[in-house]
Design a protein around this ligand. Sequence first.
Ligand code: BDR
Ligand code: CA
Length: 313
Amino acid sequence: MSETKKIFIDTDCGIDDAVAIMLALSSPEVDVTGISCVAGNTDIDSVIKNVCGLLSFFCRTDIPVYRGFPHSLIGTKLNADDVHGKGGLGGVELEAIGKRVEKKNALDGLLEAAKANPGLTLVTLGPLTNIAAALNLYPQLKGLIGEIVVMGGAIGPGNVTKYAEFNFAFDPEAVTSCLSCEMPMKILTWDATVELTFTEKEYDALDMGGSEPGDLFLDLQRFYMNYKERTYGKRVINFPDPLTMACVIDPDIITASENMGLRMVLDRNSEKRGASLDAAAENQKADGKAQVITECSRDRFTSLIKRIKDYPC
Ligand code: BDR
Ligand code: CA
């Protein structure tokens, strides 16, 4: 039996972030040492409220939660209310009983966790703002963090523009900054998420209802499924952040990936701003390298996600 992996999560807690955190808490392979919050899917106060509420629901108020950036490095924001609803959880309200955000900020929280757990795996489910700032302020993190596993970017079409995925489009400067640190990095792309789209029939076959965490899972996803129908005319579900977490819990889930030099488009006047390009294919200098994941096993993901239903709340 391999050792439990110590992880630290950075999140902009929308619907799928919440499911990814639920998956981590339901998985004995990983031990969550802390969670930092960043603006993205919703405003920073709502992100904190959602994470604290979720930890309270899962009886894990022992996990420290830290406040991070309320906007990107250059002070901008994107609105994702249509995808995640106002407040970020598709109308679901979770009460944070006995759980409050730490006095220490996200950057200091990450440093503390990394010092206490050398080789720590950092899992990022939102814009990379906190991480870029932390790596800049505390370069020693580079020697303490074993690997960064990121949800972000798109090689094919993105989900916010034809070229860019939400997390990378929210703060492309932060992505460039993290890539340039040359740390071991895996990136779960939007492409991998699309490849693993669940139709409503496949989603229903997961049979998640009938327990408190299973019912919460269904309540959260309802808004997202309706958004997909409204916007694309199809009742389907994608799992970007849960799939990223699944790659941490069970790396064998990855069925296609490529070591790639990436270059971010930062030009504020370009329609491609926020795109993550394959630098070699574009004949350009890379900002840095990562293992870019484009495909995962549906069967392995399905069996992992079902664990949420059985979490003993
Ligand atoms: C990413 O953006 C957010 O909408 C999701 O939470 C996920 O992290 C997908 O592009
Ligand atoms: Ca997210």
